[in-house]
Design a protein around this ligand. Sequence first.
Ligand code: G
Ligand code: G
Ligand code: NA
Ligand code: MN
Length: 254
Amino acid sequence: VIIRRELQEAIQENQFEAYYQPIVDASTGCVRSVETLIRWHHPNKGLVSPGVFMPIAEQTGQIIAIGRWVLERACHDIAQLNATREDPLVVAVNISPMQFRRSGFMDEIKEALRNSGLPPSLLELEVTEGTLMSNTEQAVALLNEVRDLGISVALDDFGTGFSSLSYLRDLPISKVKLDRLFISGISRNVKNAAIVQGVITMAHHLELSVVAEGIETKEEQVDLQQRHCNLLQGFYFSKPVPFDVLKYLPPILT
Ligand code: G
Ligand code: G
Ligand code: NA
Ligand code: MN
């Protein structure tokens, strides 16, 4: 098992690495943004998935230090990459529930932007329904503050948690990320297709853009394009890659 001490060492000895997964414009294949996904190079166990250690870090509170590291790293990397690009990339960072609820969170964001020089309009926060559920009033206030800074917010894993349609109506978000649970094999599953089409139509009427996660095949890409989904993400275009690989990815992925 992974224990607190190992995570403490990981934090102190810089065993984490930020990977980035491209998100493309559905109609052009242009890479518009990247989602930051943390990886842990464990000294003996090799690469450990965040699905394994992030829940533990959330319990121990170590998520705060790890989350701050990710935010700093992601802003720094993408600001650096943007200096070499014509069209700047947006960088999306996953925010855990505890991170989001903590009082120092806004200051951490401002600090990361200041340190990196990344414009706020190029930062996007990914939060899940669960993160917003616990304290809606406080969540709305914080999301407003984030938006006032010019940072955008995406509702992640949409449809898998305790989805509430009032979130789509009331929260100052700009994007909905459809969980890959609904995308996988969409052309053979009429129920998934119905849900996906419904969410896309509804989101567009609410002036939200839609990202389909977990695109793994050409068939899924074409299906989502035909449904006018705005953005696509998944192994079909690229797996999450280290920064040194991201730098050399082609600007269009089709
Ligand atoms: O990349 P993937 O297996 O590898 O990620 C597994 C889970 O870990 C996903 O739910 C993802 O949102 C989460 N995750 C990955 N990186 C981060 C991060 O930097 N912060 C938070 N809070 N979660 C992350
Ligand atoms: O919870 P969140 O949506 O942040 O998690 C993203 C997770 O999805 C990461 O673990 C990432 O590696 C994974 N992922 C990204 N694209 C694909 C895909 O096309 N197929 C599968 N199976 N997983 C994917
Ligand atoms: Na995410
Ligand atoms: Mn997701």
